[in-house]
Design a protein around this ligand. Structure first.
Ligand SMILES: *Cc1c(COP(=O)(O)O)cnc(C)c1O
Length: 427
């Protein structure tokens, strides 16, 4: 063992590791079942090596692309899927799903409060951003969650009872970077049932980022009409080098395909310039990789709780996304955490993250992301806005045993408060 490793491996690390194993059992059971679910889809669709090859140009009759869509739809219990490396990010896939189904005069209603930062720009949330839904005449309304993280059933019922019913309801499963709980799939199921009972034509759309394979079933299996997410998060299994997906009802996925390429072209074009194996193999490995990420979150929760910090979720809590919040009480400790995590990352371990401004964020943000794939948050990484309550959002962890080392390094720096802010570097 290397010297630095010895120094951060403590008795309390051993205890935290033992304790977190208690909670791992449930996570491993889910991975066990989900692996079978994915395997059965591969068997049913007879995936073979020919589906891995690349194509060029228009990409007509691209066998790999078509097969991947079919396998994906089966895994997610959806009628159809659109899985593409041409999606530049999760936001792009989500935005495409919205623009595919919404028309001028329609109303989009969020029932999970303020959406994820990048989605606000797509919506034209606080200002009419160029190209936003607002600019296209799509109205937006929002109902927050209760303080307990429950739905405001009465308010949602009122919105669905009006003459002009919302065309689409936006449901964000993950906490994103807010301090609320992730919605469980069963909560989403209850909500979709309620919405369809009050307004059968309203589309239930789920932002499923960070949620895939955390539970045994997915929102599209409990009534969600449409769902989208990122391939450099859970379902890419750490192998997909870029991309996003949309899946759900066939007519809505088709509408999204026209928004993605062009009316009339839809899903029948788009060549596979990247070896498709990465997407198939990534999906195949995703249940296991997600279980590694959740176990990383659980270990972090145990370790930092024992060290005296507030954590959310608690170690024993059932999870519905892969995000772990740790409340670090002040800016110096947030910086120290991110620098400690980065220092024990495989890539750019020598780089020192510092807080800085980012487009679309009002506060400075610090990020630790020593990842093989740029910005991939299925790999262990952390983000923190430099504001109260000074929580870091930890996510990912493809290799649990690596996450343990990275988190011990983060704790050591937090303890020593040895983070370097830009100011202290300048001084
Ligand atoms: C990650 C994420 C997105 C999309 O983010 P990208 O960085 O564009 O992939 C959207 N919503 C939520 C809740 C997310 O976690």
């Amino acid at each position: 063992m290397i010297k630095a490793g010895k120094a951060i491996w403590t008795k309390e690390a051993q205890i935290a590791l033992e304790e977190s194993k208690k909670y791992a059992e449930r996570v491993e059971q889910i991975a066990f079942q989900n692996t079978l679910k994915v395997l059965e889809a591969f068997r049913q669709h007879q995936v073979s090596e020919v589906h891995f090859s690349t194509t060029t140009g228009y990409g007509y009759s691209d066998m790999g692309r078509e097969k991947l869509d079919q396998v994906w739809a089966t895994v997610f219990g959806a009628e159809a899927a659109l899985v593409r490396h041409q999606f530049v990010s999760g936001t792009h896939a989500l935005s495409t799903a919205l623009f595919g189904s919404l028309r001028p005069g329609d109303i989009l209603l969020s029932v999970t409060g303020t959406p994820y930062d990048t989605m606000q720009t797509v919506i034209g949330y606080s200002s009419p951003s160029v190209g936003s839904l607002r600019e296209w005449g799509v109205g937006y309304e929002e109902i927050p969650l209760t303080a307990e993280g429950d739905f405001e059933w009465d308010l949602i019922g009122d919105a669905l009872a009006r003459d002009q019913k919302p065309r689409m309801v936006l449901i964000q499963r993950s906490r994103g970077y807010s301090n609320r709980k992730a919605l469980t799939v069963s909560q989403i199921g209850d909500l979709c049932e309620f919405i369809h009972r009050h307004s059968p034509d309203t589309i239930c759309f789920v932002d499923n980022c960070y949620g895939e394979f955390v539970d045994l079933i997915e929102p599209t299996q409990v009534g969600a009409d449409l769902m989208a997410g990122s391939l450099i998060k859970n379902p890419g299994g750490g192998l997909a080098p870029t991309g996003g997906y949309v899946c759900g009802r066939a007519d809505l996925v088709e509408a999204a395909s026209y928004a993605m390429t062009a009316p009339g072209l839809g899903n029948e074009m788009g060549s596979s310039n990247l070896e498709q194996r990465l997407y198939f193999q990534g999906l195949f490995q995703a249940p296991h990789v997600v279980s590694q990420a959740i176990q990383s979150g659980i270990f972090a929760s145990v370790l930092f709780q024992k060290a005296g910090f507030l954590v959310d979720p608690l170690p024993e809590e059932v999870r519905s996304d892969i995000i772990q919040s740790i409340f670090l009480e002040g800016p110096q400790k947030v910086i120290a955490f991110c620098q400690g995590l980065q220092a024990y990352s495989p890539i750019n371990s020598h780089v020192m993250p510092i807080p800085s401004g980012l487009p679309g964020y009002s506060d400075e943000v610090i990020m630790a992301a020593g990842t093989f794939i740029q910005g991939a948050s299925i790999e262990i990484s952390a983000d923190a806005p430099m504001r109260e309550p000074y929580s870091v959002f930890l996510q990912g962890g493809v290799v649990f045993s690596h996450s343990v080392w990275a988190l011990l390094s983060a704790l050591e720096r937090v303890r020593g408060d040895v983070g370097n802010s830009r100011n202290s570097v300048v001084k």
